[in-house]
Ligand binder design. Structure first.
Ligand code: ADP
Ligand code: ZN
Length: 762
């Protein structure tokens, strides 16, 4: 048992209550609600052999012995006499909910993310599985031991004897209805056989969902001949598969370089050994296009997604657990797929932030995948055109293997990217957001019957302060982050460390006197484009217009069929689309993400511009990209326009090291909130104080910033504060937070949460 908080296992018994002679079989049981446990419970004789780890059991809790459902973590022998340990009342599951590797993964998540085991269980085992969705209880009949005595059977009246013989011949348990049908008898005959104890009845849960799920038939597509780059990448992955050891491989391939083909041929290899593969993709790129690529190649694919019904999810979970699925494709939670013969994990678009779950447990699927792959001793392939700097750095220092696909398939060129300097192509704010060169490019594309994608990455609320004349952005001297404009008090403040200044009246760099606050009209763009191009068919894709299920697929299908000429949207449109007729990509304002108060702002900008640029030039007609910006000289913009990952990462990593950010450190964020501003602030200061004391007490190499109000300083009536812990030693960070967590009793309306390896800084 390697749960870190060993004292929790004492189950409130004192040392003198230990009896050396006692041997009481116990299960440690964790709860999804407070008190989280785990606590020891005795396995009563009648449940002996039936209780295994990773099952749900009902146990009595507290003085009132309230019945509560918990998860068994481990079975062990206690030295406490049995009278002192409360018994398990009953088991809910007949079989463990997951195998031992998954159970170990759950335990690791609980320790690493500082989340109670019971809550991790609830995240890993889907609700539909726990509820047994799509199943019902069925009563089945089987012959008893007495029925094997021929003499006794022969003595039965003829109808009863024939009925019993039908059941024996069936060689499997039958429902009453099936037996009645088979033996052409009445219910009375069966009832009599049960009374005479020739037939035993018992109940079992059987799946009702899925019986009618017809096996869909897909056209099998043979793999193409590989490019030489693809062949080399594949050899590296094959070698890792053959080694029987865990290894993480970064597949760094430019957009359209054929990464998916490499994934599929690696999967073919593990399937040929009778094993299974998990493919993790960002939810957004789980398009019909992606699905069918896999379904056309493999006989049995399970596609998981967030909109699945409970019964459907339960059905797929069972199929996977029974080993009946070769390939499992899904978003981050698919990393928990109960594949018993896992041979390979692939994580596509590994830089995507949607792999981070922003509710409890706040895990990152990439880190969970690394851990699972190492438990299973199998390779993990991380694929991306723009790897996260964390992953790239690890690959550079040799922690991961690295393979590259530096060219597009068929040597198609990457599209040419041109920046449009908004300082010289000044746009009249009242007239809109399209510069003249971009308008002309759209006109030309329409005339050539091509399609246009316009990216508008709006994150309107956090407003950076930027000089329209020279592009200078006001930043924090401590954190190197853009200061955020606050209307009240006309302040500019750092959302990381609380550094505050009065809003400058003129640019600090060039003295220009009309400094402006970035931030763009949102739906305005759609109206503007419609007005300028009244004959064009346009569509907008963002979280507001894409709320209805299926709307995403519909717009994509329309775009593919050419029914949409101009597609605009947020980062949603930057990913994964592979449409040869896209001749123009326009980025409305590359700076919106750039000056965001987040140390990953440059990285996110680089990724976004590179990814959206990759949406064009996929066909024979090529394509161009126009990027509007006030910062054409910013390294992230310059590098993304040249598709130059190397120089971007080199420069950015220097910055990260200088300011002590990941990948050169680990980060944890604590968010504290409450309905009354002053109380919430005091609460936040109290927690930070406690952290500082703990750091001082243990001399831990951990730095604390804050508390400060985050960019979203008020949410749903709650005032928010956050603090950042930074350390080169993730274990030290974990230890500090674990201590603080144990000693912080939350009372009243103020709450806090811990986010390990945070992505969201809002
Ligand atoms: P990526 O995932 O790197 O963006 P894809 O795997 O989507 O790239 O490949 C881009 C296109 O090239 C797809 O249409 C794919 O079918 C095609 N393709 C991939 N590999 C080959 C190959 N070896 N020969 C011909 N076409 C290929
Ligand atoms: Zn700061």
């Amino acid at each position: 048992m390697d749960y870190q908080q060993g004292e929790l296992f004492s189950n409130e018994l004192a040392p003198w209550e230990i009896d050396a002679a006692a041997e009481t079989p116990c299960a440690s049981v964790a709860f999804p609600e407070a008190p989280f446990g785990p606590y020891d419970y005795r396995i009563p004789d009648e449940l002996g052999g039936l209780i295994k780890p990773a099952m749900r059991v009902v146990v009595p809790l507290g003085k009132g012995n309230r019945e509560i459902v918990g998860y068994t973590i481990a079975i062990h022998i206690s030295k406490h006499p049995k009278e002192l340990i409360k018994p398990i009342l009953r088991a809910i599951d007949a079989e463990p909910l997951c195998n031992s590797n998954l159970l170990q993964l759950i335990q690791w998540m609980s320790r690493y993310y500082l989340v109670p085991l019971g809550q991790v269980f609830e995240a890993v085992i889907p609700a539909g599985v726990r509820a047994g969705a799509g199943t019902r209880n069925q009563t089945l009949l089987k012959p008893s031991l007495k029925a094997s005595d021929d003499a006794l059977v022969k003595s039965l009246p003829v109808k009863q004897r024939q009925t019993l013989q039908q059941l024996i011949l069936a060689d499997e348990p039958l429902s009453q209805e099936q037996l009645r049908h088979l033996a052409q008898c009445s219910d009375g005959v069966i009832k009599k056989l049960c009374e005479l104890q020739f037939v035993e009845s018992y109940t079992e849960r059987v799946m009702t969902f899925g019986k009618d799920v017809a096996a869909e038939v897909y056209e099998r597509v043979a793999p193409p001949a590989l490019s030489s780059d693809q062949r080399i990448a594949l050899q590296t992955i094959y070698a890792a598969i053959d080694s029987g050891e865990h290894e993480t491989i970064l597949l760094h391939g430019v957009t359209g370089s054929g990464k998916t083909e490499v994934y599929m041929q690696s999967i073919e290899q593990v399937i040929s050994f009778g094993k299974q593969a998990i493919v993790l993709v960002p939810e957004i790129s789980l398009t019909p296009q992606t699905r069918s690529r896999f379904q056309n190649r493999f006989a049995s694919v399970a596609v998981l997604h967030s909109k699945m019904s409970g019964p459907e999810r339960h059905y797929q979970w069972k199929r996977i657990a029974e080993g009946g699925v070769q390939v499992i494709i899904g978003p981050r939670s698919a990393i928990f797929a109960p594949a018993p013969y896992l041979g390979l994990i692939i994580l596509d678009e590994e830089h995507e932030n949607s792999f981070k779950q922003e509710t409890i447990p706040r895990y990152h699927a990439r880190d969970v995948a690394i851990h699972r792959a190492s438990l299973e001793r199998i390779p993990l392939v991380l694929g991306s055109a723009t790897p996260s700097l964390e992953t790239f750095h690890r690959a550079t220092i040799g922690q991961y293997k690295k393979v590259a696909l530096p060219r597009r398939i068929l040597n198609r060129p990457l599209p040419e990217v041109t920046t449009i300097d908004l300082r010289s192509n000044r746009i009249d704010v009242d007239r809109g957001s399209l510069s003249r060169p971009l308008i002309q490019a759209i006109e030309k594309t329409l005339a050539e019957n091509g399609q246009t994608i316009l990216l508008l990455n709006r994150r309107g609320f956090a407003t950076s302060i930027q000089c329209p004349a020279c592009g200078h952005v006001v930043t924090c001297p401590v954190c190197d982050l853009a200061l955020t404009h606050h209307r009240e008090g006309s302040k500019a403040l750092c959302h990381f460390c609380d550094y505050t200044i009065a809003v400058p009246q003129a640019c600090q760099k060039c003295g220009f006197e009309a400094i402006r606050f970035a931030g763009l009209g949102t739906q305005k763009l759609e109206m503007e484009v419609q007005q300028r191009f009244p004959d064009a068919t346009i569509a907008r894709m963002d979280s507001d217009t894409m709320k209805k299920p299926g709307s995403h697929e519909r717009v994509q299908a329309d775009f593919r069929a050419g029914r949409i000429q101009i597609l605009m949207g947020t980062q949603m449109i930057a990913k994964g689309l592979d449409f040869p007729n896209v001749l123009l990509v326009g980025v409305i304002n590359a700076d919106t993400a750039l000056h965001f108060p987040d140390f990953r702002a440059s990285e996110k900008t680089f990724q976004l511009v590179t990814q959206v640029a990759g949406r064009t030039g996929r066909g024979e007609r090529g394509g161009v990209v126009l990027v509007q910006t006030y910062s054409p000289d910013h390294p992230a913009i310059v590098a993304s326009c040249k598709h130059d990952y190397r120089s971007f990462s080199e420069q950015e990593l220097v910055q990260r090291e200088q300011f002590g950010y990941p990948p050169y450190s680990s980060l944890a964020r604590i968010i504290m909130r409450g309905p009354v501003q002053q109380d919430a602030e005091e609460f936040a200061e109290g927690i930070v104080k406690k952290i500082q004391l703990e750091i001082a007490r243990t001399s831990a190499p951990v730095r604390v910033l804050g508390p400060a109000p985050p960019p979203i300083a008020k949410l749903r009536g709650h005032y928010r504060f956050h603090a950042m812990l930074i350390s080169k030693d993730p274990a030290a960070l974990n230890a500090i937070l674990s201590r603080v967590q144990q000693s912080t009793k939350v009372t009243g309306d103020n709450l806090y949460l811990i986010d390990i390896d945070p992505i969201d800084m809002l």
